[in-house]
Each structure stands twice: as structure tokens, then as C-alpha cells.
Design a protein around this ligand. Sequence first.
Ligand code: SAM
Ligand code: SF4
Ligand code: FES
Length: 348
Amino acid sequence: MAVSVDLIAKAEQTHRLELAEIAGLLGEADCEQQLAAAADRVRSAYVGDDVHLRGLIEFSNVCRRDCSYCGLRRDNTRIDRYRLSEDDIVELARKAKGYGYRTVVLQSGEDLYFSIDRLCRIIRRIKALGMVITLSIGERSYEEYQAFREAGADRYLLRIETTDPALYAAFNPGMQLADRIRCTEELKTLGYEVGTGTLVGLPGQTMEMIARDILWYQAIDADMLGVGPLIPNADTPLGEAEPGDWHLTRRLVSLLRLLLPEANIPATTAMETMMPHGREIILNSGANVVMPNVTEGDYRRKYALYPGKICVADTPADCRACMSGRIKVLGRFVAQDEGFRRHQDREV
Ligand code: SAM
Ligand code: SF4
Ligand code: FES
């Protein structure tokens, strides 16, 4: 434990740790509180006490991929598929603006029905509302990423899930880690703010593998880092797997803050699905972003990545009021600005 305290102090001061040091802290359950406290200090110093809210629009649950953990996977026949119309997506964004969100996150399965033309039209119409746009629609070609960027998309979330090639291949059939890395690099080149992250609890995943994920996030200078535990879905091949370790995921969030102090880090829905008030705990452990759902009606339930998803019976207005209240209780406040990544060294 004494060694861990020294390592946490080193991380807080230098924002650098070696692979074995990171793996050691990830595996050390006793250091969780100290890690969270250090991450909370670094969060306050680097990105402030405000919390950025991003309105999440789950616009299609159709997917051409077959990830072994995800309820949207192509081979899952026990899910009601839907696609929102262009007008409905833009209308949800307009309402999100009315709730005071400055950013919408457009998320879906890998649904090629949403072609370059269709998506660019949607992006332009939402941009015209004066909103920042984050896309989270999976792997596309450089030309598509370029067209979306030119149409006005600002940010892109594409979790790497794991940087271990064998683990990646095992749970993402037909996909390759090299493609995921290439997409991430292309998005960076095109000037998107890029989000990545780890799916914690893939069977066979080790602390060293997660530590390598973190070093890769540092190497690519990730702007956003979203991580969550695996929540087994009975309609997928990983239905019988052990759930990801919530506490390990919390330690990971804290280490991400210590080692990438400027990044925007969400307290993810999966963290609260596994633990009541999980998002507040994570906001106090290094995170500074929440992505409340602005999808309406039964589509929330139908966007069924995993069971037990929170807020499926709530409305966008419920979630907005709920999150404002909870953030206030933490002694924090809802950010009023657009919430782009801060660059300490460039602000002087
Ligand atoms: N299709 C896009 C993609 O894969 O990047 C975006 C949507 S996908 C549903 C968003 C994230 O959901 C994935 O990056 C994955 O980490 C997470 N996810 C999927 N199934 C999950 C599960 N059973 N438990 C926890 N997270 C899961
Ligand atoms: Fe499709 Fe994304 Fe789910 Fe994989 S994680 S099956 S790409 S929605
Ligand atoms: Fe949806 Fe609390 S965030 S009801």
C-alpha cells in the first residue's frame, strides 16, 4: 500500500507512469479511494468544477457488425430494429437545444442506410441550430469521415474497446484492431476531437492489457475517454460471462484523469446501470462529462446494448432535471460553454 501511495503522488505530479506501475494500481483494490481523491484534485485543477452535459440521440439500432457483447449485433434476432427519420433526428436535436444542451451525440449501430448524403444533410440541419455535433457511428471510410467533418461534425466517439489484438479479434468477429486504429488516426488527422476507451471485463483481459490501453491513449493524445464495465447481455455470445468489475473501472477512470489530465471523461451510463448513483461517484473520481439520453419513447428501450439500462422509462425532460439536481448536490455546476477539450499549454 505504501508503494501505491507513492505511485499515486507520482501520477498526480508528473502525469506519467510506467506500464507495470499502472497495472499495479489497477489491480490494487485498496488504493481506490486515494486514486479517486487525487483524480478529483487533478480534474478540478485542469478542467474545472463544471460538468458538461451532452444530449445522446440513439438514432438507429441496426448494425452490420457482430460484436460478441452487444445487443445490437447483426445476428441478434431478439431485438426490435428501428431507424429514426431525418426529421425526427433533427427534431430531437432541436428539443435538446431547448433543454440547454450545447452538444448532441448522434449514436447508432453501424448502419449504412445512413449514407454520406443522408448524414451530411442531418449534420448540416443540426449545425444550423447552432449545436456542437459528436458522431458515434462506428467505422467508416476516410472519405466519409471527411464529408461528415466538412458538413460540420466536431467530435467522434470510437472506443478501441481493447488494444490487445488477440482479445480484440476474439470478441469482434470479422473486425481488426488495425482498422480501428487507422480510423482513430484518420479522425485525428481530420481535426475531430476524438474519443476512445476500454470495455472493462472482456474475458481474458488482464491489468497489463488495460495499462497498455492507457499508454496508447496517451500516445494518440485522446481528447475524450469513455470507459465502462461489460454488462452481459443474454441475447449475445457473452451472455454467461462475468460482468466487468465496477471498482476496477472506477480505478481506471481515476488513472485516466491522472495520466491524461486535460481529457473530457464521461461518467458513463453503464457505471450507473451496475451501481446506484454510479455516475455521481465517477464524477467524484475524475470524470467531468455526463451524456443524458434525449431519445424519446420506446426507442430508449429498443436501443438495448445490455439489460437493466437506466432511464428507459424516463423522458428527456426527466433526465435533464435529474442530472442538474444531482450535479448541484455534488457542489458542481452545469457548464454553459460548448465543452471543447482544454489545452492548458495553449491557453497562456
Ligand atoms: N456502433 C458504434 C461503435 O461500436 O463504436 C457505436 C455504438 S456502440 C453500441 C457504443 C459502445 O457500447 C461500444 O463502444 C461498447 O463499448 C458499448 N457496449 C456494447 N455492448 C455492451 C455491453 N454488453 N456492456 C457494456 N458496454 C457495451
Ligand atoms: Fe454494432 Fe457498435 Fe454494437 Fe459492435 S458495439 S455490434 S459495432 S453497435
Ligand atoms: Fe435519466 Fe436520472 S438521468 S432519470
